[in-house]
Design a protein around this ligand. Sequence first.
Ligand SMILES: C[S@@+](CC[C@H](N)C(=O)[O-])C[C@H]1O[C@@H](n2cnc3c(N)ncnc32)[C@H](O)[C@@H]1O
Length: 167
Amino acid sequence: MMLSQAYRKLKEIDDKFHLLKQGRWQDIMEIGAHQGGWTQYAYKKARKILCIDWIIKNKIQKRNIRYIECDVFSLSFYRSFDIVLSDLCHNMSGDKYYDGRRLACFYQYIKNRLPTILKKGGCLVCKYFNYTNITMENFRTIKHIKLRSSKDRSSEMYIICKGYELN
Ligand SMILES: C[S@@+](CC[C@H](N)C(=O)[O-])C[C@H]1O[C@@H](n2cnc3c(N)ncnc32)[C@H](O)[C@@H]1O
């Protein structure tokens, strides 16, 4: 049973971009991990996965999964990962400008933290809305995707970055 429909989104991204490599011992940081669909997809391929969200119900009891329940903005990052996955999103207010700004803040926060949390050669997946301006640098390849598994009318997009060139 899928813990959330979001499972399909990460699977679609991985099928297309081949980020998670079974048996390659990747360490993954997952930000915005509740309700667990991405964790459920990723943990089988990861050496370790660190899952962060305010509150995480449906915790999967596996030795390679660690959960931290907190505000991501309050976290001190002290080690780096092979893959950073962010599906972070606040509750929608319905105000397009406000919602876009908030998601863009999450995006910018993660982008600023990359030198601390991502290993050289690492990958990033991060959600944003198609009506906000976002930028990214310091990766070998950068792609943007609107997923088939997202609703047609949704503004949700993902940036997929491979080959981090710093660190
Ligand atoms: C779209 S959901 C993630 C869905 C998840 N990827 C899955 O597979 O089910 C976005 C998540 O971001 C979390 N979130 C939003 N702001 C946060 C913050 N400041 N700190 C931690 N988590 C936050 C929400 O609690 C929510 O669970």
